[in-house]
Design a protein around this ligand. Structure first.
Ligand code: BEZ
Ligand code: FE
Length: 296
């Protein structure tokens, strides 16, 4: 068909894509093109805006490297990562879920750590944190043998890969749940931090007068064959940015009960301020798939 007017374009493109052997590819691309064209018509996208958008897309790619993933950051900042997470967890979006977005800072191969051990691998000033996790299945039965990856920012609000003062893999570790589905570790209380704003996502946040902060949190990735991999975050309950997380990751179920310790801490060498956090995770039945690490 020869295109005669703007109204024809969408149908012509849809017809051109209709022979793809993969049914899923046909479904996804037909919907994508339909919505994309409707969007361009809706805002009457100008040529200058179109050029800007292409440049933005190119800059997202150019800003991505082994230690920074601008594509993930952009998806996070427009709420797409959280939407996809909520659509695919909690019985496919039907119920509340313990899942949250992965974010760009997960690294594979964090050090295996004994239950109760410390993930503080170089001097990291700040209040100590004693974490006790439990993993249950949907019926409330403890799940042993879950591989649990944890990672977090320091009390200064930096991940080790962003901070020359921290040892490699500081505040990262991998645990196995015991026979009662428990895992525990010692760390430091994380602080909130600004997401990286040197790339095009930062430009967008500034243009929208949005602050770049995430409320303080711990990341958890729980993996065991037979269960849907649980990727989540536990948030510090008194953080000032809980209601305005720049990447929309906070749900009520994920706000932790950080209890300030009184008296002697559980570790003889912790004499200053310390906190305790207990949290129970529920894993859904499903496929145990690991995401691709966003950075190396
Ligand atoms: C994070 O929590 O690590 C994170 C998530 C989204 C954007 C930036 C950082
Ligand atoms: Fe984080």
């Amino acid at each position: 068909m020869i295109i005669a007017r703007q109204q024809d374009v969408t149908d012509v493109v849809l017809a051109a894509m209709d022979r793809a052997p993969s049914e899923r590819l046909r479904t996804v691309m037909a919907s994508f093109v339909t919505h994309l064209h409707a969007f361009a018509r809706d805002v009457k996208l100008t040529e200058a805006e179109f050029e800007f958008a292409i440049d933005f897309l190119n800059r997202v790619g150019q800003a991505t490297n082994d230690s920074h993933n601008e594509g993930v950051l952009f998806s996070d900042a427009v709420g797409l990562s959280t939407l996809v997470c909520l659509l695919n967890n909690g019985q496919d979006g039907a119920t509340e879920t313990a899942a949250a977005l992965l974010g760009p800072f997960w690294r594979a191969n964090a050090p295996p750590t004994a239950n109760g051990g410390s993930i503080v691998r170089s001097p990291t000033p700040g209040p100590a944190l004693f974490f006790e996790g439990r993993i249950r299945d949907a019926q409330g039965t403890p799940v042993p043998g879950v591989r649990v990856d944890v990672w977090q920012a320091s009390p200064a609000g930096m991940y080790e890969n962003q901070d020359a003062d921290q040892a490699d893999m500081n505040l990262r570790g991998v645990f196995d749940t015991d026979a009662e589905g428990r895992f525990a570790f010692r760390s430091v209380k994380p602080a909130g931090y600004p997401v990286p704003t040197h790339g095009p996502t930062g430009d967008l946040l500034r243009a929208q007068l949005r602050h770049p902060y995430r409320p303080a949190h711990l990341h958890v990735l729980a993996y065991k064959p037979g269960f849907k991999t649980l990727i989540t975050q536990i948030f510090v309950d008194d953080d000032e940015h809980l209601e305005s997380d720049v990447v929309f990751g906070v749900t009520r179920a994920l706000i932790g009960d950080f209890r300030k310790g009184e008296g002697a801490s559980p570790a003889v060498d912790v004499t200053g301020e310390w906190y305790n956090l207990a949290y129970t995770f529920t894993m859904e039945p499903g496929e145990a798939v690991l995401p691709r690490p966003p950075i190396k």
